[in-house]
Design a protein around this ligand. Structure first.
Ligand SMILES: [Zn+2]
Length: 155
């Protein structure tokens, strides 16, 4: 069932899916992300570019957070929402807490590496004083389908 909170952010997830679809051209797993400011303006976008850039930290979320911080002119992204197709890993969950984003929206859960509920819950650890709100499961079927398609082609 789709909740009103999930439905409200579906257009952003549509955009994240579109960004994710650019990754496979370079052999990268399709994951896309964007950062939206409190007025709904997109501050930064990115997709997984580990293979393209030969950079282990070039996950979609980190690419989008860096672009957003450049656009805003500072590292603090308070008031912003990070939207990403797949549940963030430990690095990205840590990065979004450090960037002080207010909200995280993601699509599918990642049973193998997820750090927002699957294997760990980095963003809602009570020992942290900054804990973003989380909306998960947004267009999760579409995200899962996109990933399945990639892995079916790269086997
Ligand atoms: Zn990551």
């Amino acid at each position: 069932m789709t909740t009103p909170a999930q439905r409200a952010v579906e257009p952003w997830m549509e955009r994240a899916l579109e960004l994710a679809s650019r990754a496979p051209a370079d052999g990268d797993v399709p994951v896309g992300a964007l950062v939206v400011d409190p007025d709904g303006r997109v501050l930064g976008e990115g997709w997984n570019a580990r293979e393209r850039d030969g950079d282990p930290t070039a996950h979609a979320e980190v690419v989008a957070l860096r672009a957003a911080a450049r656009e805003r002119g500072e590292w603090r992204l308070d008031g912003c929402t990070l939207v990403v197709t797949l549940e963030p890993c430990t690095m990205c969950a840590g990065a979004l807490v450090l960037a002080r984003v207010d909200r995280l929206v993601f699509g599918a859960f990642d049973d193998k590496a997820g750090a927002v509920g699957s294997l760990w819950d980095v963003v809602r650890d009570r020992r942290l004083n900054h804990r973003p709100e989380v909306v998960s499961g947004v267009l999760a079927d579409r995200v899962a389908e996109q990933l399945r398609g990639f892995f079916a082609d790269h086997r």
